[in-house]
Ligand binder design. Structure first.
Ligand SMILES: NC(=O)c1ccc[n+]([C@@H]2O[C@H](COP(=O)([O-])OP(=O)(O)OC[C@H]3O[C@@H](n4cnc5c(N)ncnc54)[C@H](O)[C@@H]3O)[C@@H](O)[C@H]2O)c1
Length: 399
């Protein structure tokens, strides 16, 4: 198996997962601008609360085959590949995903002695690959969109659902090597591979997340109707989902889609769709807003029903998924904002929090006190922790 020198830029969910699976067969440099994060990893601690990542950093730390650094000086000079996994956050002013960090990294690579092949893993706004082709004619740039899920990032990376290689040069002899670079890391050897142009790869990523968002809002809308009509949404959804063309998965009601990717990727498509004769994408973004408003109003109705004199609303957990420590754009944050705007007092129980300096709500660390003092407990995902106070819990989760 060919051993390559690979620099991974951005030690987040994507960069760490990619660096771990590539480290089976290759020499890795993991580079991040965040000094604290780098020091943490060097000392054997994962900056992300993920079992596979924690296990990996405990044993690997910093060594000759896996270097962790926040110093970019000379790191690209001897690399065969650079994998870029920096954030592309939603930029409200440009109505697009922000590629500033990505372009900064490419500028640094451009100035290296012998520029390596660039593989972009960050989610791209539509048209970026065309822009990069014109701006950096001398560089070989590929877009391999990422589909991992937080909470199972490393496992997903070893078990790709598909490998998409977006290139603006179909004849490039690098495509074959990129293909084996990824396929060599896989648990199974029947991974579908698709070679596309840059724009098609960009759309595959954005449409995949749009479809997932659509599934969430679709089943949530069934749940809204069922709750209003006092019907069992679980039975309805299971009945619908047992059609194999629909599938009995990814269908459990929630407060709305959220997380890092679905909100920003659907917004990216929404803006493109402003110029198109099409309705689904704009509707799905609006449907998620409507769902969150409906949930907040239902909580308020419940509070009024219990007639507590000074009601305290408890929010049990902020994470979007059971196994994730990520709160970015969690749907429940919007619900908290609506409740607080309406003048309700909110307290949050979130054991995985690092810092809530930017939030206005109060945090309670003692679960027993939380359960005792709250008039109502709101849980996007139900937990055994709450079974003894079931009558106080408002959730749309199945349990
Ligand atoms: N998180 C996911 O589930 C997921 C899934 C698919 C795709 N993606 C995409 O992958 C990209 C990265 O996402 P993530 O969740 O891993 O992000 P993250 O925020 O967890 O990590 C990004 C890391 O990049 C570092 N960074 C920022 N600018 C840098 C620079 N100029 N040089 C070096 N390091 C820099 C940050 O310090 C941070 O550690 C985004 O475009 C995202 O949309 C994420």
């Amino acid at each position: 198996m060919k051993k390559r020198k690979i620099v991974v830029v951005g030690a987040g969910y994507v960069g760490i997962a990619v660096s771990i699976v590539f480290s089976d067969n290759n020499d890795i440099i993991l580079y991040d601008i965040d000094y604290n994060k780098v020091e943490l990893m060097k000392s054997g601690i994962s900056p992300i609360n993920d079992d596979d990542m924690c296990e990996f950093f405990k044993s690997v730390k910093d060594n000759n085959c896996y270097t962790i650094t926040n110093d970019s000086e000379g790191i690209f000079d001897k690399a065969d590949y650079v994998v870029i996994a920096v954030p592309t956050n939603w930029n409200q002013d440009n109505h697009s995903l922000d590629v500033t960090a990505l372009c900064d990294v490419i500028e640094q690579i451009k100035n290296s002695n012998k520029p390596p092949i660039i593989i972009i893993k960050s989610t791209l706004p539509l048209g970026t690959m065309d822009y990069l082709r014109h701006k950096y004619k001398a560089l070989s740039i590929f877009y391999v969109p990422e589909f991992l899920r937080e909470g199972s990032a490393v496992k997903d990376e070893r078990n790709l659902t598909r490998l998409i290689i977006g290139t603006n040069d179909f004849q490039s002899y690098h495509v074959k090597d990129i293909r084996s670079l990824f396929l060599d890391t896989q648990t199974y050897d029947d991974i579908p591979v698709l070679i596309t142009c840059g724009k098609e790869a960009e759309l595959i990523k954005l449409y995949s997340n749009a479809f997932l968002a659509l599934r969430v809002v679709f089943f949530n809308e069934i749940d809204t109707y069922a709750e209003i009509e006092n019907l069992d949404s679980r039975r309805i959804i299971e009945g619908v989902s047992l059609d194999p063309r629909i599938g009995n998965f990814y269908n459990v009601p929630s407060f709305g889609y959220g997380g890092y990717c679905l909100p920003k990727d659907t917004r990216e498509l929404l803006y493109i769709y402003k110029k198109l004769p099409a309705d689904i994408i704009p509707s799905l973004v609006q449907a998620n807003v409507t769902r969150k408003r409906y949930i907040a109003e239902t909580i308020i109705r419940r509070i009024e029903q219990i007639k507590a004199s000074n009601p305290l609303i408890g929010i049990y957990r902020l994470n979007m998924k059971r196994d994730s420590d990520n709160f970015r754009e969690a749907a429940v944050l919007d619900i908290i904002a609506i409740l607080m705007d309406e003048g309700y007092k909110v307290v949050v129980f979130e054991p995985l929090r690092k810092s809530f300096d930017n939030y206005l709500f109060t945090v309670l660390d003692d679960l027993e006190e939380f359960k005792k003092t709250c008039s109502i407990i709101v849980a996007n995902r139900m937990s055994n922790d709450l079974l003894d106070v079931c009558e106080k819990v408002y959730t749309r989760d199945w349990f």
